[in-house]
Design a protein around this ligand. Structure first.
Ligand code: S3P
Length: 440
């Protein structure tokens, strides 16, 4: 499917973005592992999360949709899942795959994982290495890529593991495997990454200890707890709100409110960048909801200036570089972003995908070993290009946003991938006044 975005007059209105993808996966997984009924509100009903739900259902958990974004999970208790009779199809979802690999590693059965071309090309060794240390066997394609089989261990061994790459997915896989191991499993992360798993495990009654360690954290979970089910209200996804925010910033005269967006400090690196760039962005009505902070955001059209993005900010905005690149393309001056090696192993090689998109839209930049220097246009970028989303939802949305503030329309091919994380994106943007059209 091709979508085309052309220059918007101004964006105005109040919207809510879909539920947080990271929190949604975790709510389903802990709901499936708790003994009893968990009620989830605000669940992201995007393709990625629905794949995780279906995989858990194939292992015996029960999910009932009780309304829009409202689901009832009937869990099987820690260690209580059963062997799936079919290959688990995780679609495009790296988070679903890696977290579930941790879950099944400590169940004494065999499960098979596969996904789309993007997922099947992503590296899984970062997860299989620690899970093998805990006793699971993993048989995979070269480079530990999907399709792969996890032969869960009946006798999991608790480990202490230092993450070689900053990754919340790897951390979470180990903590979820730690649920099934006797004694204490420890993850040391040299740089802090999103902590939704730790927060939600605590809410479900698991014993999780978090202490500072250097610039990062040491997280220890005590295994084999009884998880107590409860209520989870998923906040709006800051990574989805990012597209609406930058669109409002780049289109002059815009004034947009986004309600109920998650503001977990390990997710808001983009907010800091945009503020440093001179964005008129205010955070209102800050509150906490079942263990996660959230707020309403007000964003108004702004003239942005270039910044140097510190590499240590990367974990708190790892999914936001495509849309930051779009903001940088409209800013005054050259924005430098480094420390981005991890972007090469996302849903696509995002560094290359950003470069290709910028080239297609007439924006000048220099590629660095692990980053980009983007020469801002000090206003609308030329646009006019065709960008191939290549199974990457965030690349698709980022370049549509560029088109909303460009001199000539931008077309994105493969835009159906947007439903991975942001179902209703085009309608929501249309409600604000953004001209995004289907070309067929
Ligand atoms: C996620 C962690 C990040 C992020 C992904 C979601 C999570 O991946 O890019 O979209 O929910 O834990 P890494 O852990 O690989 O950095």
């Amino acid at each position: 499917m091709k979508l085309s975005a052309s220059r918007a007059a101004k964006l105005e209105g109040t919207v809510s973005v879909p539920g947080d993808k990271s929190v949604s996966h975790r709510a389903l997984i802990l709901g499936a592992l708790a003994a009893g009924t968990t009620n989830i509100r605000g669940l992201l009903e995007g393709d990625d999360v629905l794949c995780t739900k279906d995989a858990l259902a194939a292992m015996g958990a029960k999910f009932t949709r009780t309304g829009e974004g409202a689901w009832r999970a009937e869990g099987r208790g820690v260690g209580g899942l059963s062997e799936p009779t079919q290959v688990l199809d995780l679609g495009n979802s790296g988070t679903g795959t890696r977290l579930l690999m941790g879950v099944v590693a400590v169940h004494a059965f065999t499960s098979f994982f596969s996904g789309d071309a993007s997922l099947n090309s992503r590296p899984m060794r970062r997860v299989s290495d620690p899970l093998r240390k805990m006793g699971a066997q993993i048989v995979a394609r070269s480079g530990d890529r999907l399709p792969l089989a996890v032969i869960g261990t009946p006798e999991p061994v608790p480990i202490s593991y230092t993450l070689p790459v900053p990754s919340a997915q790897v951390k979470s896989a180990i903590l979820l495997a730690g649920l099934g191991a006797p004694g204490e499993t420890t993850v040391i992360e040299p740089e802090p990454t999103r902590d939704h798993t730790e927060r939600m495990l605590t809410r479900f009654g698991a014993k999780v200890r978090v202490t500072p360690e250097g610039k990062g954290r040491r997280i220890t979970i005590t295994g084999q707890p009884e998880l107590v089910p409860g209520n989870i209200h998923v906040p709006g996804d800051p990574s989805s709100a990012a597209f609406v925010m930058v669109a409002a910033l780049l289109v002059p005269g815009s004034d947009v409110r986004i309600l109920g967006v998650g503001t977990n400090p390990l997710r808001t690196g983009l907010f800091d960048c945009l503020r440093e760039m001179g964005a008129d962005l205010t955070i209102e009505n800050l509150r906490e909801q079942e263990g996660e902070p959230l707020a309403d955001l007000r964003v108004r059209g702004s003239n942005l200036r270039a910044i140097d993005v510190p590499p240590e900010r990367a974990p708190s905005m790892i999914d936001e570089y495509p849309i930051l690149a779009v903001a940088a393309a409209a800013a005054k001056g050259t924005t430098r972003m480094t420390g981005l090696a991890e972007l090469k192993v996302k849903e696509s090689d995002r560094l290359s995908a950003i470069s290709r998109g910028l080239t297609a839209c007439g924006v000048k930049f220099t590629e660095m070993a692990d980053g980009l220097a983007i020469e801002g246009c000090n206003g609308p970028a030329p646009g006019g290009g065709l960008v191939d989303a290549k199974l990457d939802h965030r690349i698709a949305m980022a370049f549509l946003v560029l088109g909303l503030a460009a001199k000539a329309p931008v077309t994105v091919d493969g835009a159906e991938t947007i439903t991975t994380s942001f179902p209703g994106f085009t309608d929501l943007m249309g409600k604000l006044g953004a001209p995004i059209q289907t070309l067929g």
